[in-house]
Design a protein around this ligand. Structure first.
Ligand code: AMP
Length: 282
């Protein structure tokens, strides 16, 4: 496994693989890797001749500078983990490598960029599109792997691919959870043991709402989830949106779409760590 920060160096390596007709898979990450990331990497290794994992904490996608400053960086441990998974290249560029000049491009794909995270984290998806498009141009992967944990991000990236017209297949990978049900996230490292325990109530509330939804309206189901989570003083729901799984627009009845997903964001604990999760109703 080679760890490369220089774009030209990476491209020279990948050129050789392309000449030998090996397919290149990319797993974009921001590091602080856990089993959720590992599941994407394992799938990429299984499906491609060459696997590139990028590790880059992208400043442009943080709307909160404190969140950016506090984002965990564990490059050595990340590389140790990746070397056991059959990864060929870790691409760990600097901010200057990725953005030699400021990226002034603006991406907007209504409705998917305008709802939920689009409302609560202004500029976030613009930054995601800026970095993902650059990674696609640099690595030119045949397949790129994204986690369903970030449900809305996948919808946005699919729109991005159509917009910039690059020949990459987006592979969606299921969410990986702790045994308690808590969705694995790099931000969980900021939670205390007690907060982690409390945070598991988010998924418990989502999961139990599936059977409730069978005999209650969308609004009643929404309220039940929010109330159940907020009974816990350490948890504060930022939004819970029950939406069409593809368009991400709010639905008002269960008949409105054949694919319905509930997307939630919750602040946890004194440091207000922002946790996201989702559940599929149908
Ligand atoms: P991040 O490092 O948070 O930007 O995540 C990199 C990729 O890993 C994204 O496509 C995420 O959706 C995915 N990912 C993060 N956590 C999980 C998880 N618990 N299960 C599955 N995929 C995940």
């Amino acid at each position: 496994m080679k760890i490369i920060s220089n774009i030209v160096e990476l491209q020279n390596e990948l050129f050789k693989h392309r000449k030998e007709k090996q397919t290149i898979g990319l797993v974009p990450t921001m590091g602080a890797l856990h089993r959720g990331h590992a599941s994407l990497v394992e799938r990429c290794v299984a499906e491609n001749g060459v696997t590139v994992v990028s590790i880059f904490v992208n400043p442009n996608q943080f709307n909160d500078p404190v969140d950016f400053q506090n984002y965990p960086i564990t490059l050595e441990a990340d590389c140790d983990m990746l070397s056991t998974l059959g990864v060929n290249y870790v691409f760990a560029p600097s901010v200057n490598d990725i953005y030699p000049t400021p990226d002034t491009r603006e991406f907007s794909f209504p409705p998917v960029t305008e709802v939920m995270e689009g409302v609560h984290r202004p500029g976030h998806f613009n930054g995601v599109c800026q970095v993902v498009s650059r990674l696609f141009y640099i690595v030119k992967p045949v397949r790129a792997y994204f986690g369903e944990k970030d449900w809305q991000q996948i919808a946005v990236v699919k729109q991005l691919v159509r917009y910039i017209n690059v020949p990459v297949t987006i592979v969606e990978c299921p969410i990986v959870r702790e045994e308690s049900g808590l969705a694995l996230s790099s931000r969980n490292t900021h939670l205390t043991t007690q907060e982690k325990e409390v945070a598991s109530k988010i998924y418990a509330a989502l999961a139990s709402s599936i059977s409730y939804a069978k005999s209650h309206s969308v609004e009643e189901t929404h309220n039940k989830v929010v109330n159940e989570i907020e009974q816990e003083p350490l948890l504060q729901v930022e939004y819970y949106d029950i939406v069409d799984g593809n368009l991400l627009t709010t639905v008002h009845s269960w008949e409105e779409s054949t694919h319905i997903v509930g997307c939630i964001t919750v602040f946890c604990g004194a440091k207000k760590i922002r946790l996201i999760d989702h559940i599929t109703y149908k």
